[in-house]
Design a protein around this ligand. Structure first.
Ligand SMILES: [Zn+2]
Length: 322
């Protein structure tokens, strides 16, 4: 039974907004593109695991949690946790294409593509060892003890994985059910009441990780963010406020609510508060009266009066730009 799905889609939306509004020559552009790929790969990895768990079932009670952000002696994030009354398995699902080398004592995983391009990622062995330690602390803080197993899983199509002998199993996704079935289930370590208590602790202590504003999170100078309203059709920042609508000066397309996407970008990238002046500057509207009319019609919560007024943008509810 899946108890929790991934929640890092907000970070992905924020990174996509940054990539829309940074020049391709910006020093952080490539890094953000890689982050975007990693999150997308994580989402695909979770889908592959869920597909497997919908096809394969086990004759004992089990619960699956994805993307848990927890805190014990340190904050930590688990890709996937397979919990049973007998044991827990921390699953690190790696969805990385290419020829992969993992060295036990090397901080990085090396990936070589067919083109010869070499990229480095964090070594999952060190990562999972660290996570296990703090997860053990988490269990202890909640008065529980449970054997913890760890696995690093690669997609079945990913056949080129080289690794040093180490205590953490590394294998393809299709071998996971066998690994789960062959873990010892002699002693029940968690009675039903403890199991319920632990599930509640995992779900209730999970804190959604909000990486906003993205400029602060990734140390990007806010001056580097391109302002303006972007056209959904031609992708050019050339949409201007016309009398009752918004019009692209490049391709002449007309929009009713083009400002909402720009405001979503502002909330994710720069701040969850905006003044009339900042609104005009970001959406490139010359007329303050026109700007306050648009802001007023949006019924946003406000703080301050007159010149100090700021409108609050709730980036927890940022909508995916359409
Ligand atoms: Zn256009």
């Amino acid at each position: 039974m899946i108890m929790k799905y991934r929640s890092d889609s907000l970070k992905l939306l924020g990174i996509e907004a940054a990539l829309r509004r940074l020049s391709v020559s910006h020093p952080k552009y490539e890094y953000l593109t890689n982050q975007q790929k990693q999150i997308t790969a994580g989402i695909v990895g979770e889908e592959l695991l869920n597909k497997l768990f919908s096809r394969v079932t086990f004759k004992f009670e089990y619960f699956i949690f994805h993307d848990l952000h927890l805190k014990s002696t340190a904050t930590f994030q688990m890709d996937s946790l397979f919990l049973t009354p007998y044991y827990a398995i921390i699953i690190e699902m790696k969805n990385i294409a290419g020829h992969i080398k993992i060295r036990k004592d090397h901080p990085q995983l090396e990936r070589t593509l067919l083109t010869g391009k070499v990229d480095y990622f964090r070594n999952p062995i060190g990562q999972i060892v660290e996570i296990t330690d703090v997860f053990e602390d988490f269990l202890q803080m909640h008065g529980m003890r449970l054997p913890i197993y760890q696995v690093i899983i690669f997609k079945d199509s990913n056949r080129f994985v080289e690794f040093d002998e180490n205590s953490i199993p590394i294998f393809g996704l299709q071998e996971l059910p066998h690994f789960i079935r062959t873990r010892p289930r002699v002693d029940v370590k968690l009675k039903p009441s403890q199991m319920k208590k632990l599930i509640d602790a995992l779900v209730n202590n999970h804190h959604d990780y909000l990486p906003f504003p993205i400029t602060t999170h990734f140390s990007i100078d806010s001056k580097d963010i391109v302002s303006g309203v972007r056209c959904q059709f031609c992708q050019v920042f050339s949409v201007e406020k016309a009398f009752r609508e918004w019009r692209c000066m490049y391709c002449t397309k007309v929009f009713k609510t083009a400002h909402l996407d720009a405001l979503n970008d502002y909330a994710m990238l720069l701040s969850n508060k905006i003044s009339n002046k900042e609104f005009r500057s970001f959406l490139q509207i010359a007329n303050p009266k026109q700007a306050s009319d648009i802001l007023r019609r949006m019924n946003l919560p406000m703080t301050g009066c007159k010149k100090k007024r700021e409108y609050l943008l709730d980036y927890r509810n940022v909508k995916k730009p359409t």
